[in-house]
Design a protein around this ligand. Sequence first.
Ligand SMILES: [Zn+2]
Length: 120
Amino acid sequence: MFWLDVDKPTKTATVHRDECVHAVPGGGEQKGVNEMRRDGGWFSFDSVGEAMRFHKEQQLTGRVIMCSHCEPLSQLSPEPMAKLNVRTVNTGCDFDAREFEITDTKSQWRRLTERLLGRK
Ligand SMILES: [Zn+2]
């Protein structure tokens, strides 16, 4: 299972594996669990693709970051990602998160999510 940590104030959504030490879903006034609140929320998914599709469908602004600690996409070859115009960039911050810049067209996005969902 994977978690998507939607953080509205920083316009950042981070994907974690369930077992990641940084995955600490906590409900609260501002942030819900599987529920969108003022500052966002933690949402659980069976795959990274579903998390990214959710991010798109919710029309969330900002970036999707793959946690560099648990590397949610580590089992995927980077080669198809390059073909889909998804770049990984080093943010240089302390957390050293791997950031995905989606430079997609809609069709590329669909191909990416389909690949991540295992449909292609
Ligand atoms: Zn993580």
